[in-house]
Design a binder for this molecule. Sequence first.
Ligand SMILES: Cc1cc2nc3c(=O)[nH]c(=O)nc-3n(C[C@H](O)[C@H](O)[C@H](O)COP(=O)(O)O)c2cc1C
Length: 190
Amino acid sequence: MLLELLKKTRSYRNFDPKRSVKKEELLEIINLCRFTPSTVNRQPVRFAYAFEKEVCQSIFPHLAWAGMIKENKPPYPGNEPTAYILLCYDTNVSQKSPEVDMGIYAQALVLGAMEKGLGACILGSINKPALSEIFNLPENLVPRLIVALGGPNEEVILTDAVGGDTRYYRDSQGKHYVPKLPLEELVVEM
Ligand SMILES: Cc1cc2nc3c(=O)[nH]c(=O)nc-3n(C[C@H](O)[C@H](O)[C@H](O)COP(=O)(O)O)c2cc1C
């Protein structure tokens, strides 16, 4: 059921080092994006991927994780992602990042990953020049988001946001809590 899959599809930031991700799995996940909507059907996003240990290690320092967590920031040592999908926009199609399309693609990726038992985290705080170099991107492809992937290795708990406070937090055992707004606060009645 979609509701159950959406509830399970949290942002995971600690990954099981024993769960490697295969190239075929990444391509199957990326393939989902062929069937999403896109503004004027332009399909301006291109995807690069990495699953090799050394490449994943070189990507990791160029990502900023969990800005709201000040101490014991995830991923904890040894729990780094075991694969990545980089979303780039093609300046030959559009000079500006197609933000709405990007979001739709990213959501398709994380849902597809979860369906395969893979946890994911979308990251927008990334060092774009460094990633362009690592992925050897041609000039027309500009990184915008990266999706970190791997076997989920932490507990992420949904809670109800109280008084509009949506700040996520971790307890002393490293359990991660994500407050979501109630339906009444999302819906605007006429
Ligand atoms: C466009 C976008 C950019 C994000 N960038 C980052 C990021 O740079 N670093 C990070 O740790 N999480 C990032 N996140 C994950 C959010 O922090 C996360 O979605 C939010 O805390 C809610 O948690 P949930 O995904 O489990 O519902 C990003 C999410 C989105 C949609």
